[in-house]
Design a protein around this ligand. Structure first.
Ligand SMILES: C[S@@+](CC[C@H](N)C(=O)[O-])C[C@H]1O[C@@H](n2cnc3c(N)ncnc32)[C@H](O)[C@@H]1O
Length: 388
């Protein structure tokens, strides 16, 4: 991740701007002296940097808790900060390829409104979860121009790489969303998706509750797939494969086809790795053969305006539990004009993260994406404990 070490840096009076970047504020963790958060804004986006003393040097690094940013943009933002604070730099990894900030219309926000664009563009929509290098997804998009593809990924460098490829290959039928698929699936329309590819998910053999595949996941696939549509799982982990088949035995909505070492039109980066190691590749195709009527969720928003920051600061329990969800105010930072809260919330196995900027003048700003799923909204209701 982009960062730099400096022998010393000057204090800045905030806010200050340079080259289109606005350094908004620096906030200090109220529990730890050595944990500063710097908020930088540019265009309609924002970055957080962490600043910590490490012995005789200062480390400033990108904080990756929020939504996707291109690596190039992050590097340029850090370079700007480096110059503004006159950093006496010892080391950095901020060489940029071009001096141009990126905008990318193929990167979608994780909300119903931006996804509705896809439903308008094509009658056929296909999803790849965790596309990694994008080899399989890009190949599909090039060969099937009448289908709209949606890649869902949580890893920034993979997203950057595929967004670049979309531009280079001039594709207009491939979109990317930076989100955890386990959360995002909840806001997709019922029976709207033709196919879902889940190729070589992280096996988590020692921690199965962290897997993408679960009973809840398959239930959501049953809801969002069209009848005749399919979920395709490929894995080198026999344990993962058996676990998925085991879960699917509780569902009668799918016809299941399994195979070992079956060929695909394109071999993904991970598949190539396992083939070189002569590992068996297990495939399961879950074809939906049963229509069930589901009620789509209606988007709602949580209103933070009644949050009383003083109640939060004086509270000795910042972890709240619901039935299947939780909310945890993990860190509180103080800046000149207010507080910044770092909040984890949502389902236990797929938490979301946001920062809440609470100004002394009463205004509150949410930094980060809230995917409006039912469980996220229920978790956020727990904030009411600290209402005015
Ligand atoms: C082992 S790699 C496989 C990459 C690619 N499918 C291939 O076959 O080469 C797993 C990928 O899934 C992504 N991933 C893991 N959990 C995810 C989640 N909950 N939602 C979306 N992507 C996820 C990871 O970032 C990683 O890129």
């Amino acid at each position: 991740m982009p960062h730099f070490y400096a022998k010393k840096i000057d204090h800045i009076s905030y806010p200050v701007s340079k080259d289109g970047f606005l350094l908004s504020c620096v906030a200090r963790n109220i529990k730890y002296d050595n944990d500063d958060l710097i908020l930088m804004r540019y265009m309609d986006s924002y970055f957080f940097f962490m600043q910590q003393n490490r012995g005789d040097r200062v480390l400033v690094k990108y904080n990756k808790h929020l939504q996707y940013h291109s690596i190039n943009d992050i590097k340029m933002a850090l370079q700007t900060y480096m110059e503004l604070c006159n950093a006496d730099v010892l080391f950095h990894n901020l060489n940029t390829k071009k001096n141009k900030k990126s905008t990318n219309s193929y990167l979608l926000s994780p909300n119903k409104e931006s996804i509705s664009k896809l439903y308008k563009q094509s009658k056929r929509i296909s999803i790849e979860i965790g596309f990694g290098s994008g080899r399989h997804l890009l190949d599909l998009a090039q060969k099937n121009k009448d289908i709209v593809f949606l890649g869902i990924e949580i890893y920034n460098p993979a997203i950057s790489q595929v967004l670049n490829q979309i531009q280079l290959l001039n594709l207009d039928n491939l979109y990317i969303i930076n989100a955890d698929c386990r959360i995002l699936f909840n806001i997709l329309d019922s029976h709207s998706i033709d196919s879902i590819y889940l190729h070589f998910p992280v096996p988590w053999d020692k921690n199965p509750q962290k897997r993408v595949f679960s009973r809840e996941f398959l239930k959501e696939c049953e809801r969002i797939l069209k009848v005749g549509g399919f979920l395709e799982l490929r894995s080198d982990s026999k344990e993962y494969f058996d676990y998925a088949i085991d879960i699917s035995n509780d569902f009668n909505a799918f016809e299941i086809h399994t195979s070992i070492n079956s060929q695909t039109s394109i071999i993904s980066k991970y598949e190539a790795r396992w083939q070189r190691q002569n590992k068996d590749i297990y495939e399961a195709k879950f074809i939906l053969n049963n229509f069930k009527d589901f009620i789509d969720i209606v988007e709602s928003n949580f209103d933070f305006t009644s949050v009383d920051i003083h109640k939060i600061i004086n509270s000795n329990d910042l972890k709240l539990l619901g039935d299947k969800y939780f909310l945890h105010i993990k860190h509180i930072y103080k800046f000149k004009d207010g507080y910044i809260l770092f909040i984890l919330f949502g389902a236990f196995n797929a938490p979301s993260k946001i920062y809440l900027l609470v100004n002394d003048n009463g205004s509150i700003e949410v930094l980060g994406n809230i995917i409006n799923t039912q469980i996220n909204m229920q978790a956020l209701q727990l904030m009411k404990k600290w209402s005015k």
